[in-house]
Design a protein around this ligand. Structure first.
Ligand SMILES: Nc1ncnc2c1ncn2[C@@H]1O[C@H](COP(=O)(O)OP(=O)(O)OP(=O)(O)O)[C@@H](O)[C@H]1O
Length: 317
């Protein structure tokens, strides 16, 4: 593997008729990163993954995987692993047979493939189910088998499209643990497409948020949350006797204010409107209060979650 980024994309585009699925996608992902690839339904994640894994030709733009340009798709295919959005599994084969078949597709001899498959099944926690028909596997076991298949060529970059979809909490935890190990122990880069933002907060080093085919946010989870203007909640203390005047003053701003539950006078909860940065919202609120002659005794912005950021970046304009 080269010392450069694991994945680079520039101006990548794909349309289906008049629907622009991916629009000028630019990405740069460092090796060993677990990247959360996020976006609402139809944002273009699956289309982007299909292009980056050379399954679907792009309309324009370029990309490279571990330095291999998109003009050499056969080489890229040897360096990537994929768990597709709706992976199909064979009913009549055992997990070991199915994986061995895929290992042999990558040119392994039978003996070599057998050893590889035993290692992979152990890695994904299916060693004791090697000789069971896949049709008898639970959904979580099938997903882990699909991830094992994605690892059969010892890839540098692994693309997982919604790997925890439909899994129970135990199944989700096992898949997340496996993803963490793929990055840590194999040193592979993982591109994780998911709608489960709690998973992303737990295991992703960085995130990219797509909306309508475009990257609308990029960075670590903390950076994206900050960029989003979430914090969207704040807390304010004013002299108790001036609570009413403070609420009237804030009603003239874009910041929504209510007295805190429990009726503690002088303490107000603020909701910052989407689209207005936290500094701008805070300035508006504080300026409004000072103009009304209300002294501000305390003011804090509360930390936002990735879900707040996601909504802020993907809400309809
Ligand atoms: N084969 C296709 N033919 C026509 N339109 C398509 C096709 N595949 C995707 N699209 C459209 O392209 C856009 C992007 O779809 P895509 O499946 O890439 O989004 P996604 O982010 O993966 O969504 P989801 O989270 O629902 O899986 C959508 O408007 C979708 O309807």
């Amino acid at each position: 593997m080269s010392g450069g980024p694991a994945l680079v994309a520039t101006d990548l585009r794909k349309s289906y008729g008049r629907v622009i699925a991916v629009d000028a996608l630019a990405l740069e992902v460092a090796a060993g990163t677990v990247l959360g690839f996020l976006g609402p339904n139809g944002a273009g994640k699956t289309t982007a993954i299909r292009m980056l894994t050379t399954i679907l030709p792009a309309d324009g733009g370029s990309f490279a995987v571990t330095g291999i340009p998109h003009t050499r798709p056969d080489e890229i295919r040897r360096r990537v692993g994929v768990l597709p959005e709706s992976a199909g599994y064979p009913a009549g084969q055992t997990g070991a047979e199915w994986l061995r078949y895929h290992a042999e597709l990558f040119g392994r001899s039978r003996a070599d493939a057998q050893a590889l498959v035993a290692g992979l099944l152990a890695e994904v926690g299916l060693a004791d189910r090697a000789r069971t028909l896949v049709s008898g596997y639970s959904r979580g076991m099938k997903q882990r088998l699909g991830i094992a298949r994605a690892l059969v060529n010892d890839p540098d970059v692994v693309f997982l499209d919604e790997p925890t979809l439909g899994l129970d909490p135990m199944g989700q935890a096992q898949v997340l643990d496996l993803i963490g190990r793929i990055a840590r122990e194999r040193g592979a880069t993982v591109v994780l497409s998911t709608h489960v933002l709690a998973d992303v907060e737990q295991i992703c080093d960085r995130v990219v948020i797509l909306n309508r085919g475009r990257v609308v946010a990029e960075g670590t989870v903390a950076e994206v949350v900050r960029q989003a203007a979430a914090p969207r909640q704040g807390r304010l203390q004013v002299p108790p006797e001036l609570t009413g005047r403070a609420l009237t003053a804030l009603a003239g701003t874009q910041v929504r204010a209510v007295s805190t539950g429990g009726g503690r006078l002088g303490e107000l909860e603020l909701s910052m409107p989407p689209g207005l940065g936290p500094e701008a919202a805070a300035t508006q609120a504080l300026t409004g209060l000072l103009a009304a002659g209300v002294p501000v005794l305390g003011f804090t912005l509360e930390g936002g979650r990735l879900s707040d950021a996601f909504l802020a970046f993907t809400e309809e304009a």
